[in-house]
Write a protein that binds this ligand. Structure first.
Ligand code: SAM
Length: 324
């Protein structure tokens, strides 16, 4: 097993989360396991790869493009509010493309940037972000930490911390998880700091379905069952017997990622027998689409004050700076 992927660290929590999902106790809780990485050439777990294939192949998936454009054209409006000597602490920096198109333009627009810390569950992503930042920006302190950002016990003590959480990842957390996660970060930083958060505020069902109800998105979302099957003891489970369809629940701003069983199945998880019927639905995770005010209220409830927000031309993508 290739421990470098970091996948193994998640296994116990994944087992519990999968058991709760299949037994109907909870839903929308599999988001941390989406970007799994293969451990050998025959491994079917390919979430991170399929995500990139979806980005490249689905022209109507606007989130990534519009966010990059937002950072490149208006990022300076937010970084100018931070003043000099900031150190960015980024949660889940992602692929090289994500670093080059989104993180770097933001860092370059800072005045007298002091440092950059990248925290990612994936060792290859940690190594890559350090390589790119070090080669592109000189004279700053850099650090890479391979860790699950939901299980952080401490954060580096830096002069002016700016927590960067891009890619709308905050909107994959269940709604009840957001305040707990954000308050936890606030406590770990332990001093005055900024929070730089990005989310998609689009409420239009037509463009949402064009973005999410696509063949490559389906392959990416369905792959999470391969992850469950690989990392949890689920003898007899057939991970490919699920089909994807997103569902939009406007009242909760909830774009649900739903997998429907295409075959009856019976398998055990944590000593409990799971029986699945054909047509049974599993809401594996969500991409919440909070309107700006709803998002600001949610983050403010965790003890932060909104400083500013910028939007891209379509007014879908929103980037916020909060102070805490
Ligand atoms: C595919 S990227 C998408 C978000 C990325 N920030 C962007 O803007 O493109 C997700 C990143 O978060 C990392 N990640 C996901 N869950 C994580 C967790 N619980 N702890 C640390 N890193 C995580 C993944 O390894 C990956 O680098």
């Amino acid at each position: 097993m290739n421990k470098d992927t970091g996948d193994k660290k998640f296994t116990n929590k994944l087992e519990q989360d999968a058991a709760e999902l299949f037994s109907g106790k909870i839903s929308g809780n599999l988001w941390p396991y989406l970007y799994g990485t293969p451990q050998d050439a025959n491994d079917q777990v390919r979430g991170g790869i399929l995500y990139n294939e979806m980005l490249e192949g689905e022209k109507d998936y606007y989130l990534y493009k519009y966010e990059a454009e937002l950072f490149q054209t208006k990022g300076h409006l937010l970084t100018s509010l931070l003043g000099s000597n900031a150190t960015f602490i980024e949660l889940g920096p992602g692929s090289e493309q994500s670093i080059r198109l989104k993180t770097l333009p933001l860092l370059r627009s800072c005045s007298n940037l002091s440092g950059y810390v990248g925290i990612d569950i994936s060792k290859p992503f940690v190594d890559k972000v350090l390589e790119v930042i070090r080669s592109e920006i000189s004279g700053i302190k850099t650090e890479g930490i391979q860790q699950d950002f939901t299980q952080l016990k401490s954060l580096p003590d830096v002069e002016k911390p700016v927590i960067l959480f891009k890619g709308s990842t905050i909107a994959n957390l269940r709604r009840d998880e957001v305040p707990v996660f954000i308050s936890g970060i606030k406590e770990l930083v332990g001093k005055k700091h900024y929070l730089f958060l990005v989310h998609d505020a689009n409420q239009d069902e037509v463009s949402l379905m064009k973005a999410y109800d696509t063949p490559k998105m389906a392959v990416f979302m369905e792959n999470i069952m391969c992850r469950v099957h690989r990392d949890v003891s689920t003898v007899g489970m057939e991970p490919k017997e699920f089909t994807y369809k997103p569902e939009w629940v406007p009242d909760n701003h909830d774009l649900k990622h739903v997998l429907t069983a295409t075959k009856a199945q019976k398998f055990d998880i944590q000593g409990e027998t799971i029986e699945i019927e054909v047509g049974q639905k599993f809401h594996t995770l969500s991409s919440f689409k909070y309107p700006i005010e709803v998002f600001q209220k949610m983050i403010s409830a965790a003890g932060y004050q909104s400083i500013d927000v910028i939007q891209d031309q379509s007014t879908r993508m929103a980037a916020h700076v909060f102070e805490g």
